[in-house]
Design a protein around this ligand. Structure first.
Ligand code: BG6
Length: 480
């Protein structure tokens, strides 16, 4: 199946970098294998390094998983051209190459420019592309990756710069969490199930946790990470997007604009983050692993958080009083991203039964389950918490779960904006996080230490307990 009626050229700028190698080309390859690229599709890598076509193929093929024939077939579509990011002549020559591809096929062409580039050159490259490679009469699109600035002001500047050149409908801002299967499932899970949606409000929900855990540190990218820290890296974008889908009111319809309107609306209802509802930490060496500051690229006096818990509170009728705890950490005891909704106990609830929970596990292994209490079979009247379980690997074992980038590139080819971040969404989310980020940058917060491979700073348990979160008896037993 081809998704677009057009002939298409995908230009990956920054083609020799890590993102392109690990994510963009493997995603394009996955689409190729499933016959989801447009029928006449050329892929062109563009970067500063001089490289032959063969060397380029060698570079990208390490991350392509498939048969020899599939890989060869895909590589036959991929070419490479070197050029600078600030030289008009180089972009003019890129344009000539694209025109050659297009001559072979139809006039009705899509040019998709994927900027797998550092933010320092975003605006410059967007401008070069607009000036020198924009094909009038054709469809031109640009895909950009985070970081979109480092605070509200810088984000606004970047948006304004790019907007002057590329229209909003031509711009696709990736937050790859929006391409993840379980994140895409949130609207269906809520609005397709009244028994769930009707429970999602302050009458029934005690607290909601959106948690991101990675079992490795920032080794190798400490220099980049130190400028940003975990809140800019994970909370402001990935977890905030999950928050929006969970907390938004039912959209007018499920068009991309209506969903994004609903997301912006809830973001605008978030109260200023309270300083006593933020906890930050930084990992230190333990279990034979280096500490954050042992990385040579990280300044020795760095106070950049590698762990943070930030509470968002929504000032509307549905959510008033319910904390949304956005928690993220590097170098923790496990790799897991999930949403955990803890429901309130009722006055008539049986003693000995536990709180109900709805958990949506985004990774690893997509799953959604509800913790309920049930009588254990047998003569005794003992109850125990069990899970009503929808584990994808069991239920949908023969279905393909696309990688996030695969799903998103397919959306961009087909001009579906639903899973991309609109400019006003981005500004609204930066508006929430910027005051707290500036306070952290000024050193106004204590940075708690935690051991590499641990559950995070010790302070986190009290912090969570204050917000009403209860670990279940099972979890407490496991922790001992
Ligand atoms: C990126 C962050 O956006 O997301 C990384 O910059 C993080 O620090 C990554 O490791 C996590 O993505 P995923 O898909 O592995 O959960």
């Amino acid at each position: 199946m081809s998704v677009s009626p057009h002939d298409c050229v995908v230009v990956v700028l920054g083609a020799s970098g890590d993102l392109a190698k690990k994510k963009t080309f493997p995603a394009l390859f996955a689409l190729y294998k499933r016959d989801q690229l447009p029928k006449h599709c050329h892929i062109l890598g563009y970067a500063r390094s001089e490289m032959t076509r063969e060397a380029f193929h060698e570079r990208i093929s390490g991350h392509l998983k498939g048969s020899k024939e599939e890989i060869e077939g895909f590589l036959s579509l991929c070419n490479y051209q070197s050029g600078k990011y600030d030289v008009d002549a180089d972009f003019k020559s890129l344009d000539e190459t694209l025109r050659k591809y297009e001559e072979d096929h139809s006039k009705d062409t899509l040019r998709l420019f994927y900027l797998a580039l550092p933010p320092s050159v975003f605006a410059q490259v967007a401008s070069q592309l607009r000036r020198n490679t924009y094909l009038d009469g054709a469809i031109n699109r640009i895909i950009v990756e985070k970081p979109f600035g480092h605070d509200l002001e810088s984000c606004r500047k970047l948006i304004t710069e790019i907007k002057g050149m590329w229209a909003e409908h031509e711009t696709f801002r990736i937050d790859h969490y929006l391409g993840k299967e379980m994140v895409k499932n949130i609207p269906t899970f809520r609005f397709g199930n009244p028994i769930i949606e009707n429970m999602l409000n302050s009458e029934h929900v005690d607290n909601i946790q959106i948690s991101f855990k990675e079992p490795f540190g920032t080794e190798g990218r400490g220099g980049y990470f130190d400028e940003f820290g975990i809140i800019r890296d994970i909370q402001q974008n990935h977890l905030c997007q999950v928050f929006c889908l969970l907390a938004m009111e039912p959209p007018k319809d499920f068009s991309s604009e209506a969903v994004r309107d609903a997301k912006v609306q809830v973001l605008q209802q978030v109260e200023p983050v309270r300083a006593d509802e933020v906890l930050i930490g930084q990992y230190v060496a333990a279990n034979g692993k280096p500490g954050y500051k042992d990385d040579e690229t990280v300044p020795k006096e760095s106070r950049t958080p590698t762990f943070a818990a930030v509470v968002l509170r929504v000032n509307n009728e549905r959510w008033r009083g319910v904390p949304f705890i956005l928690k993220a950490g590097k170098a923790l005891d496990e790799g897991k991203v999930d949403i955990r909704i803890q429901f309130k106990e009722s006055d008539t609830q049986m003693t000995g039964s536990e709180r109900n929970e709805l958990v949506m596990r985004i990774q690893p292994g997509e799953a959604a389950y509800i913790k309920v209490n049930t009588k254990l079979p047998g003569m005794a009247n003992t109850s125990a918490p069990v899970e009503l379980d929808l584990t994808y690997a069991k239920r949908f074992h023969d279905m393909h779960i696309p990688e996030a980038y695969e799903a998103l590139i397919l959306d961009a080819l087909g001009e579906d904006h639903s899973n991309f971040v609109r400019d006003d969404e981005l500004l609204a989310s930066w508006a929430i996080f910027t005051p707290i980020l500036h306070a952290i940058d000024k050193g106004e917060f204590e940075v708690a230490k935690y051991a590499y491979g641990s559950r995070g700073p010790e302070e986190i348990d009290d912090f969570m307990a204050r917000l009403g979160f209860r670990r279940t008896v099972q979890e407490l037993a496991q922790a001992e």
